[in-house]
Structures are given as structure tokens and as C-alpha cells.
Design a protein around this ligand. Structure first.
Ligand code: ADP
Length: 459
């Protein structure tokens, strides 16, 4: 069921319930007050007739004929007067006798002073009356035809009014919900027209500060992010294809050349070595891409365990030096560490070694002396690693871009690479909830500072 219909039905149900509760309260309080007022009227009638009988000494026949005459026109009250011993002193019409008093009823009236009850739709009241120090019991009964008609009319009016109001409320609800949902429908049809091929389209957003314009703005912001991410992906794929094409073209050209005309053994060796070099570059690139993909995983899918940063740096150093024996890497501890726990962080061994190896390799390859130094420092809760070199450095404009995938600075001619190392390192550090900062200037070396939170000490 559409939200619009749901809201209309809910709105109608709530208002109808309130309306019906209100109508019921009106009806039952009217019913109650009619009953109370008519009992009071009966009481007054009983006293008036007793006064006529005892005080004004109006004779029984006159009183009875008045009763019979009035009975034709109005709902006259039928009165009976008894003494203490259940002796009937007066009765308006013994032949009609609606109440049919019993001795027990008269005793009850004498004891309680008053008795009220219903007999079919007739209301009956019994009261005591004192005259010349003698107490009498008087009963008075009548049918409140006028009151019942009024009550019946009220019930009908309330029923018709409530039914009409519910229909009107439902129609009103439909109309209002249609008006309220019109802008949402517009947003939906707008949103439907946005696809992967026209991600530049945006929803119309009004100047109003209401929820709908907030929704449109939020949706537009999401589209901005999606568009950026789509563009970045496209650029990424373009860069990968470009990077793969260069060594592959070189391999093909080398092999075609070798096949072209007969060569001596040395020439063949050189061709194979060149091809092997290009193939190695391809493997390095695909490994870096694989690592980048791993580092982009959801952190919950990567295994973390307590690791000592100094051991990770040593592993990374070993890896770099194995491939580049001419490089030189120093490790310096800024403090004496009595508590090993201070050097322990929660991390993924493989990814952290890749990140540190990238920073060490960059430090050496962009320095004339091929030297790089790592300083390890801890404070209360963090461990800070600084990868320092005295190489060519990075200019201010380039500093903004070095973490962008495939970006290579002006100094790229110094050494081969793909521009994946730093973005990969940054991803890995972020995955470990750490931070990475760089300080550098053209010709003045570079300092990459990486900070991780230590594991709390178990001591
Ligand atoms: P690659 O090293 O393959 O070029 P990186 O992503 O590791 O790619 O680095 C991106 C760029 O940042 C490099 O091309 C280089 O211009 C610059 N860079 C990184 N580290 C250093 C450093 N230690 N000294 C000077 N420049 C650096």
C-alpha cells in the first residue's frame, strides 16, 4: 500500500475515533442528565400532589379526574400515597397501577427515605412525606416521552453528523496527502531520469528550508560523491591500462625484432633480458594493484593482531635491501623501551610491511646517497615513525598530489615507478586508524611521519 494511502487511512481512523468518542460522551451524558432531571421532576410532582391531598384537602375524585384528563394530553405522573402500615390512602388510577407497590417496597422507602428505579421504560420514585407528625410513603411514576424523543433525535443527529464528517475527513485526507506528496513524486520522477550515463544531472532544490529540499540537497551531494568516484574509477582504469600498455608494447616490440632476422647468441640474450625486465615491471605493477585492492577492503575482512613496529620496520628494511643491495637504511630509537608493549600496535603484518617498505624505498631511490633513516618514538599512547631522507625533496605544489593514485612528481626520472606506492601506503595507514603527514621542500629531502595508536599495556 502506498504511503499516501496509509497516511490518509491513518488520519481518517484517528479523527474518526476522536469524533466517535466525542459523540459517545455527548450522547451518554445527555442520557444520564435526562434521567436525573426526570427523577427530580417526579419528586416535585409527588410532593405537589401530596400537598394538594393533605394540605389543600382537595378531594380524591377531583385529583383522580385531573390525572385522567391530563393523561390524554401529557405524560402525567401517576402518584400513590401509603401510610406506614401499607394502607393505600390515595391512588391516581388503581385500574392502571403501573408501579404495583408491595409492602416490602413501602418499607424500603420508609427506611431509606427515597427509592429510585426503572420499570420497563417508566421511571419510578418513592419518597417519604410528613404531615401532622405522621410519615407517609409516596410513589410517583411516569414515562418521559419528550425526553426519550429528544434523546433519539440527538442520537440520529450525532450518527449522521459523524458519518458525514468521516467521509469528509477521508476526502480531505486524500486531498491533503496528494498535495503533501506532490513534491516527493516530482523528486521520484526526477531521480528516475538520473542514470550512470548522465550522472551530471541533479534534482531541483528549492530555496525553502523544508525536509524535501534537505532530501534533494542530500541526494545531490550523494550524486556529487558518486560522480567523483565514477570519474576517479574511470581515471584509475585508464591509468592502469596505460601503465600496462607500455611494458607490454616494449615486450612485443622486442620479441618481434628478435624474430625478424637471425641474431647471434649475445643479441638474443640481450633481447631476453630486456623482455624479462619488462615482465618483472608488469609483475611489480600487478602486485602493487593487488595490495591497493587489499588495502581498500572493509577493515573487518582483514586479520589484525598485535605487532611490534620495530620488527615490522626491520622486515621492511630487509625486503628493500634484498632487492636493492646498494641502498642503506638506518633505524634509530629515540628512547629506551623498557616496556615492549609500548611498541606494539594492532595491525596486519603483510600490509604494514608493504607500507613501510614503500616509504623506505622512496627515501632511498629519491636520494643521491641512496640513504634513508627511520626514527621510532613513543609517547603515552602513540608510536611515531619518521622516514627521513636527504634526497631531492618534493615541491610545495606536488605535495598536494603525491597521494593521488598514479601521480608521479617531476623527480620521476630519477627512478622507475608507477605512482601507486604512496596512495597504497596512505590507505594502509588509514586502515590501521593511523595518520600520515609529509614535510618536504625542493632539494631539502623529505620526512614522512606516520603515527599509530599503541595497544594498551597489559601490565
Ligand atoms: P613512485 O615512487 O612509484 O613514483 P609513489 O606513489 O611512491 O610513486 O610516490 C609518488 C611521487 O611522490 C613520486 O613520484 C615522487 O615524485 C614523490 N615522492 C615520494 N616519496 C618521495 C621522497 N622520499 N622524496 C622525494 N619525492 C618523493
Amino acid at each position: 500500500m502506498k504511503l499516501r494511502t496509509q497516511i490518509t487511512i491513518l488520519f481518517t481512523l484517528i479523527t474518526a475515533t476522536i469524533l466517535l468518542a466525542f459523540a459517545s460522551v455527548v450522547y451518554y451524558s445527555s442520557k444520564h442528565s435526562r434521567e436525573r432531571e426526570f427523577f427530580n421532576l417526579l419528586k416535585d410532582e409527588a410532593i405537589t400532589k401530596a400537598n394538594l391531598f393533605f394540605e389543600a384537602n382537595v378531594d380524591t375524585l377531583t385529583l383522580q379526574s385531573i390525572y385522567r384528563m391530563n393523561r390524554e394530553v401529557i405524560n402525567e405522573v401517576e402518584v400513590a400515597i401509603y401510610d406506614r402500615r401499607f394502607k393505600l390512602l390515595y391512588h391516581d388510577a388503581v385500574d392502571i397501577d403501573i408501579v404495583q407497590e408491595t409492602e416490602e417496597m413501602i418499607n424500603q422507602i420508609m427506611q431509606n427515605g427515597e427509592l429510585r428505579f426503572m420499570q420497563n421504560d417508566w421511571q419510578v420514585i418513592g419518597i417519604t412525606y410528613t404531615n401532622n407528625q405522621e410519615t407517609y410513603a409516596i410513589t410517583a411514576a411516569a414515562f418521559d416521552g419528550y425526553g426519550y424523543t429528544k434523546l433519539h433525535n440527538l442520537r440520529q443527529t450525532l450518527f449522521v453528523l459523524s458519518s458525514l464528517s468521516i467521509v469528509v475527513l477521508y476526502l480531505l485526507g486524500l486531498f491533503l496527502s496528494k498535495r503533501a506528496f506532490a513534491p516527493i513524486k516530482e523528486v521520484i520522477s526526477n531521480a528516475k531520469s538520473i542514470t550512470a550515463t548522465n550522472l551530471d544531472l541533479r534534482l531541483k532544490s528549492s530555496e525553502k528550508k523544508d525536509e524535501l529540499s534537505e532530501l534533494s540537497n542530500t541526494f545531490n551531494e550523494m550524486l556529487d560523491r558518486l560522480e567523483n568516484s565514477f570519474d576517479a574509477q574511470k581515471q584509475f582504469v585508464y591509468n592502469i591500462s596505460h601503465e600496462l600498455r607500455t611494458p607490454l608494447s616494449a615486450i612485443i616490440a622486442e620479441l618481434e625484432l628478435s624474430l625478424g632476422k637471425e641474431k647471434n647468441t649475445q643479441e638474443y640474450r640481450t633481447a631476453i633480458e630486456n623482455t624479462l625486465n619488462d615482465a618483472r615491471k608488469l609483475v611489480k605493477l600487478s602486485n602493487s594493484l593487488l595490495d591497493l585492492a587489499k588495502a581498500s577492503y572493509d577493515p573487518t575482512e582483514i586479520k589484525f593482531k598485535p605487532l611490534r613496529v620495530d620488527e615490522l620496520v626491520l622486515d621492511a628494511r630487509h625486503q628493500v635491501l634484498r632487492l636493492n643491495p646498494t641502498y642503506s637504511i638506518d633505524i634509530r630509537f629515540e628512547q629506551n623501551f623498557d616496556d615492549d608493549q609500548k611498541l606494539t600496535i594492532s595491525g596486519n603484518q603483510y600490509l604494514l610491511t608493504v607500507a613501510f617498505a614503500n616509504l623506505l624505498e622512496n627515501g632511498c631511490k629519491f636520494s643521491e646517497d641512496s640513504r634513508c633513516m627511520v626514527s621510532i618514538e613513543v609517547d603515552k599512547s602513540d608510536v611515531t615513525l619518521k622516514f627521513i631522507d636527504n634526497g631531492v625533496g618534493i615541491s610545495e605544489e606536488e605535495l598536494e598530489n603525491i597521494f593521488t593514485p598514479f601521480y608521479r612528481g617531476a623527480n620521476k626520472s630519477i627512478s622507475a615507478g608507477y605512482g601507486i606506492g604512496l596512495p597504497l601506503t596512505q590507505k594502509i595507514v588509514q586502515l590501521h586508524k593511523g595518520s600520515i603527514r609529509v614535510k618536504s621542500a625542493q632539494g631539502q629531502g623529505a620526512e614522512f611521519c606516520v603515527i599509530f595508536e599503541c595497544l594498551p599495556s597489559t601490565l
